[in-house]
Design a protein around this ligand. Structure first.
Ligand code: KIV
Ligand code: ZN
Length: 512
């Protein structure tokens, strides 16, 4: 690898999943991992294997399947975590164990309740144990940006001696500013005697909106790996966004003198997939992947772009995968064409029943919508898998009446464990009426934290994709539903969220 190559380490499936309500199934994670591989991400952090049985299975499925990217599992600096990560990665073509411990005075004193000497000993032990299982070991100093410089030098040197090949400097709480952070990374590389035996990496959180700037400052000072997520998903305000990091490195090669191995045309498709699967929509003005990122509203801009594109555009929409949107299937497409296109998009149907259910939905959609795009297919698959796996509540029928001057009214039939139940309600609008009727059946007693509708493609016949976030007793779930009728999409999303609330997923959080 050349000296100016920056390794892109994607942690959408691990840190991204730590966003409240963003939890993903094994199957969804596998779909995302496939598109990340296609995008030529160097390292995919597939999860935290010890967190739950589901996490272990997701990491294992990704390690078993993905051959073009290194697959990584997070583990605390604990024997049980490391062994579980090693087990999940057993069949990986190229696997990595990423182990970490906190190094800041505040974390060591209050969270770990350990002396600095004990922290160094535990970190070294963890790295050695991981190296006995796998060659590629990464060590992270949690809360590095609030850690003492001399202590960082000491623990990093010891961990490189113990066999760590990558040393990660996280700005765990999003506290750093670019100049200071870049200089710290540069000084670490300069001061630590065995620094040349490891790749230095950074992992920045976005609490001050500086995650991408801090990551770029670090690579300008010698770091050669950036940890990031699609759409900047992640704990609290998120992580450095992959698309922004990659396109900044590419667009400002003149200044940074660096490159990545990413196929940037997969950026928009992966952004859409992640948004669809997690229910975290992308804000329209989000750099690179927002709907307005390449839209020129003002007359002056439009005129300039028409005369000479570079007057107002620093990269093209095609570079990042916009406008690759083509009509892929229609009413007369057969099951084979449907299956093949979805396989190209990363979805493999494990059973004929699953394929048949999705194909039946496709035919229904094709009756209502003339042109079916990749985005429609992706939404359809998420919707089919959602209803296939969460069986307690299903939507049987919904009738709403909404008329100027009249109170909106909804009548709903929900299948509850195979039995139909009916309810009706009025509301301030048709969605409100439908939700009140559904709630009188499912009785989640949860609070509605977010309701959002996104048009999946353009045109008034577009499918609406609805996200509903429910909160109950501190637990947050995101329900998704798609349909050309947005009231039906809304009802599906509410029932999906209600089903998720019923499932009790016990999962350890790595940093708590
Ligand atoms: O933010 C952080 O410090 C992390 C580590 C586990 C790498 O996510
Ligand atoms: Zn993090």
């Amino acid at each position: 690898m050349s000296d100016n190559r920056v390794i892109i380490f994607d942690t959408t499936l691990r840190d991204g999943e730590q966003s409240p309500g963003a939890s993903m199934t094994r199957d969804e994670k596998l779909r995302i991992a496939k598109i990340l591989e296609k995008m030529r991400v160097d390292v995919i952090e597939a999860g935290f294997a010890i967190a739950s049985v589901g996490d272990f299975e997701s990491v294992k499925a990704i390690a078993d399947t993905i051959k073009g990217s290194t697959v990584c599992s997070l583990s605390r600096a604990l024997d049980g975590d490391i062994d579980r990560a090693g087990e999940a990665l057993k069949n990986a073509n190229s696997g990595r164990i990423h182990t970490f411990i906190a190094t800041s005075p505040i974390h060591m004193k209050y969270k770990l309740q350990m002396e600095p000497d004990q922290v160094v000993a535990q970190a070294v032990h963890a790295v050695k144990r991981a190296r006995n299982l796998i060659d590629d070991v990464e060590f992270s100093l949690e809360d590095a940006s609030r850690s003492e410089f001399d202590f960082m030098c000491r623990i990093i040197e010891a961990c490189i001696d113990a066999g760590a090949r990558t040393i990660n400097i996280p700005d765990t709480v999003g506290y750093a500013v670019p100049d200071e952070f870049g200089r710290t990374v540069g000084r670490l590389i300069e001061r630590i005697p065995n620094a040349d035996k490891a790749v230095f990496s950074v992992h920045c959180h976005n609490d001050l909106g500086l995650a991408v700037a801090n990551s770029l400052a670090a690579v300008s000072n010698g770091a050669r790996q950036i940890e990031c997520t699609v759409n900047g998903l992640g704990e609290r305000a998120g992580n450095a966004s992959l698309e922004e990091v990659v396109m900044a490195i590419r667009t400002r090669k003149d200044i940074l003198g660096l490159e990545t191995g990413i196929d940037s045309t997969q950026i928009v498709p992966s952004s859409r997939l992640v948004a669809g699967v997690t229910g975290f929509p992308v804000q329209p003005n989000k750099a690179i992947v927002g709907a307005n990122a390449f839209a020129h509203e003002s007359g002056i801009h439009q005129d300039g772009v028409l005369k000479h594109r570079e007057t107002y555009e620093i990269m093209t929409a095609q570079d990042v995968g916009w406008n690759t949107n083509k009509m892929v299937l229609g009413k007369h497409s057969g099951r084979n064409a449907f299956r093949t296109r979805l396989e190209e998009l990363g979805t493999i149907f494990e059973t004929d029943t699953e394929l048949n259910m999705a194909f039946a939905r496709f035919k229904d959609l094709a009756d209502k919508k003339h042109e079916i795009f990749d985005e429609d297919l992706q939404a359809l698959v998420s919707d089919t898998k959602t209803s296939a796996y969460n069986e307690c509540y299903g939507l049987s029928s919904l009738k709403v009446t909404s008329q100027t001057g009249e109170t909106p009214f909804a009548e709903v039939v929900v299948v509850v464990e195979g039995q139909e139940q009916r309810a009706a309600s009025t509301g301030s609008g048709p969605v409100d009426a439908a939700y009140k009727a559904i709630e009188s059946i499912v009785k989640t007693e949860a609070s509605l934290e977010l309701y959002s509708v996104n048009a999946i493609t353009s045109g008034t016949d577009s499918q609406g994709e609805v996200t509903v976030r429910l909160e109950k007793g501190g637990r947050i779930v995101n329900g998704l539903g798609a349909d050309t009728d947005i009231v039906i999409a809304s009802a599906k999303a509410y029932l999906h969220a209600a089903n998720l609330l019923l499932s009790s997923i016990e999962k350890a959080h790595p940093q708590v």
